[in-house]
Design a protein. Structure first.
Length: 293
């Protein structure tokens, strides 16, 4: 089932990445393969692709790496995510939500209304909600939001200064030859295609601590603690160890793009958040109510 066409239009900023494309139309079609060239041409014709100063751009304008452009997300037939989020905590400064698998945190690509942010704004009426961090669309679990612009910076500093404890659980194949607890350190860098991450040469810029919570015959349940916060870090590290997280469609090998199979969610859960509240001084600890299959 799909929502009817919607006039929803949300501005987004994009810094153009290096690439072989000569025109904006060519590069945007490569960057967003699910949006047709005809759709992009229509947006250009209506002035919905602009430079950072608000000047309308043309599809034949040059693709200049490093340039920032503004475009407007418009989704006519948005897929419905048939799972619900749960609000675990809501006060004048913070909202903590339990996000289901498959639901994006913020608008991106094919999703505008079917996002955690849009759903929470509709439920609470709070127009000042801003996520303080993000987890992948494929990952379920805890997401912390700021509700008050006046105190937002204090909570953002928790993540920037690594003063927040984040815990994950994952189901993955056994690693009987490894000693636990285990630390995985590596250098993570942008992979191919652009949305993947890969391990490269050079000094490590990522660290994950791994423990075993339960040893099953087919899969083990792992506790994962990301000391750093690189994109797809946990998924890349587990795949590199020879134990890719169950139902991972990107690692170790990228699978062909297909419609979501809601019966096979990625078995990764952001299960806990803990920190000393910088506003009231209280010790905060939140635990997801979700569980892996």
């Amino acid at each position: 089932m799909e929502n009817p066409p919607s006039p929803a239009s949300i501005p987004a900023r994009l810094q153009l990445a290096p690439g072989p494309w000569t025109t904006l139309l060519e590069g945007l079609c490569a960057r967003f393969p699910w949006i047709s060239a005809m759709q992009w041409q229509d947006r250009f014709a209506r002035g919905r692709v602009q430079d950072r100063g608000g000047r309308a751009l043309a599809p034949g304008d040059r693709w200049r790496a490093g340039q920032e452009i503004v475009y407007f997300r418009e989704v006519a037939h948005e897929p419905v995510i048939p799972f619900s989020e749960t609000i675990l905590h809501h006060d004048e400064h913070l909202l903590v939500a339990d996000k289901p698998h498959f639901l994006p945190v913020v608008p991106a690509g094919r999703f505008v209304r079917e996002t955690l942010l849009a759903r929470l704004q509709a439920r609470t009426g709070c127009a000042t909600l801003v996520p303080l961090h993000r987890i992948d669309r494929d990952t379920a679990g805890l997401v912390l939001f700021s509700t008050d612009p006046a105190t937002r910076g204090a909570y953002q500093a928790l993540f920037r200064e690594r003063r927040i404890d984040k815990g994950y659980e994952a189901l993955a194949p056994p690693l009987p030859d490894q000693g636990f607890p285990l630390e995985r350190r590596s250098r993570l860098q942008r992979g191919t295609p652009f949305f993947r991450t890969e391990e490269g040469q050079g000094p490590a810029n990522s660290l994950t601590r791994i423990e075993v919570l339960e040893r099953g015959q087919i899969h083990w349940r792992y506790a994962l603690t990301p000391v750093s916060g690189r994109k797809h870090q946990l998924r890349v590290h587990m795949a590199a160890l020879g134990a890719p997280i169950c139902n991972d469609r990107c690692y170790p090998l990228l699978q062909a793009e297909t419609p979501d199979d809601f019966s096979r969610p990625l078995q990764l859960l952001a299960c806990s958040l803990g920190f000393l509240d910088p506003v009231c001084g209280a010790t905060r600890h939140f635990r997801s109510r979700l569980a892996l299959a």
